[in-house]
Design a protein around this ligand. Sequence first.
Ligand SMILES: *[C@@H]1O[C@H](CO)[C@@H](O)[C@H](O)[C@H]1NC(C)=O
Ligand SMILES: *[C@@H]1O[C@H](CO)[C@@H](O)[C@H](O)[C@H]1NC(C)=O
Ligand SMILES: *[C@@H]1O[C@H](CO)[C@@H](O)[C@H](O)[C@H]1NC(C)=O
Length: 637
Amino acid sequence: MAVSTRRPACRPVEARREELAAPRAVALLALLLLLPLQASALTLPGMDEEQTVTQDDPAVAKLKGMLGELREKVGDNPSDFKSLLEMGALLSKLDELAPDGGKRVPEALSAYRRALDLAHDPQVRSFVAAQMGELLLAAHFHKEAVHVLSQAVPLAQQVGLGQTDTFARMLLHFAKAHRELGNEREAQRLFAQALKTARNVSPHVYAQAWLGLDAYSDQELKELEDCADFLRRRREGVDEEHLSEGEMDEWLDLTERWTWLDGELRGKKDQSAVVYALAAAYRQHGRHEDAWQALGEASEVRRTFDPYTRVDEEDNVRQLLRTFQLPKAPEQFENETDAVWAALLQGRWGHREEGLRPVFVVGLPRSGARLLERTLTRHPQVGSIGEQSTLPPQLRTLLDLLAVDGELPTANITAAGSKTLAGMRRQVGEKDASKAGARFVLDRMLPNLWSVGFIAMSLPDACILHVERHPADQGLSCYEQPFEGKFTRWSFNLTDIAHQTLLMQRVAEHWDALAPRRVLRVRYEDLVRDKERVLRSVTEHCGIPWDEAIMKGGPKLHAQRVQRFKGQAHLLEPLLRPLRQLILRYEHAAGLPEVSRPLLEELLGAEEDSGEAGASSASPPSGQKAEAEANGHHEEL
Ligand SMILES: *[C@@H]1O[C@H](CO)[C@@H](O)[C@H](O)[C@H]1NC(C)=O
Ligand SMILES: *[C@@H]1O[C@H](CO)[C@@H](O)[C@H](O)[C@H]1NC(C)=O
Ligand SMILES: *[C@@H]1O[C@H](CO)[C@@H](O)[C@H](O)[C@H]1NC(C)=O
């Protein structure tokens, strides 16, 4: 609308290079405080992570002190096994407490590798390798993790670590790494083995391994029910005085059976994992009402652990949109500030690099991002850094630049872009050596959707792909996930999910207006139904040369759509009501015309507030068959 796009977003790198050389001269215009001062109150996913944690947390400061000492020790004596091992563990711990985009990982790995070289006792070796595997998994180095653990596991078995917490953890990490690589069958085998090993020895692995399973026998369902029952009563407290004799016996039985979990399974994440698994098991057994109830309990447990406030999120979005005012068209420029702002958003002072182009996949979870990532990385020239984005550490700098009163320090914008891209290149090589020289580096940190304006400023060559999926499918799928991350705290309540969906829609629409055609929307349903057409448009948008390799491997269609929810539709009202218009618009745009209109009308009544979707005749509930297909909860999305 208001923007001049003299430079369409996605032309080949070479063509744009020349255009850029000239405008440098005009770069040093005054950018006078264009932005509201409150911009500094804006927080973006991942921004300031290290700083905030470090400042607030004395534990982190202490660990950093200890790290300094260990480095000295190891410096003095490079074959100090104990210090090397401690150093690896400490760096891992720091990475967990105060993530910094994986920068500590190489040092930790190198410490473990040296420790491994020094260890001769097989038991010690397998322990070191287990630690290393855990670190690699946490750092999303899945291939490496599988490699290390495939040696550690047999070794641990040989030396009789078979029924220990260490071994159970090893198996769990091994399973998770396989899953990440798409080796689902092997992952299932390992989750089952981890579960078996964990009983009575490892509460954490016990809880998490259940979640990994894709299928549950009758007996396993019963075990989960008992375990969840025990945990619930423990949480809520049992008034033993008022139990009848029979109830008391029953309670004592439960206590005796599960006492090994007690105390250790305090973490709400592990407690909720058991209940999430129970919900999945009920669902698989066709017990949908029970599944729904379990899901409610699991989310409730999670929610008390990770509270989320809708109002804060809304303020934050308002702040973001105010910060990124739409630029004016050139003929409406009133002064230099307007011109600078428009040029800034077009990336005039951003960083570009010959033969290296960043690709950002953004959006809401469970929308097909992983599928798109796996598909694109089959291309020999596309490497991925997964979710370990290198953009967030630059966001504070970029945000501060927007509030500069005076000459715009353009070199700082270039520097921020350059650091982001250098980080991506480094990580791609670390994660997969065969992709070290890839010309396209992909970042799959979905909440970067918040940061599209900053990407546009600092990385003008960046190709941005926004994955989307049917809002009801996507929302429900999020609700069913035991997400662990900080950016998904809205996923434990249907009202919050609907709210988040609408907010992110607002953000995406703002970016569309701010930088038209810059972001390509990629619908999951289209990717599944019409792969070649979608991939052609994606590769064209990103300037990736076509390669048949990306057509290999086919995702299964996990079409659910609203019909799947028929049986539980009344429970989904908090999700469906706010999303009603969005759902209808989406179905229309995706060529799934009105699939859910009858159901929505049946459930929510005739539309009250819409001129937009047209008057709807009260059509009777459709006779369409509900898709009864029981979806595994681990489908590739
Ligand atoms: C430039 O124009 C905008 C209105 O378009 C105004 O808010 C701003 O103060 C002006 N800046 C200068 C330096 O005059
Ligand atoms: C720009 O970068 C320079 C050099 O790193 C730094 O000294 C300066 O404070 C930065 N300016 C802003 C406004 O961030
Ligand atoms: C979601 O949270 C709100 C409070 O913010 C609560 O009233 C509502 O019952 C919750 N919804 C569900 C479906 O749990």
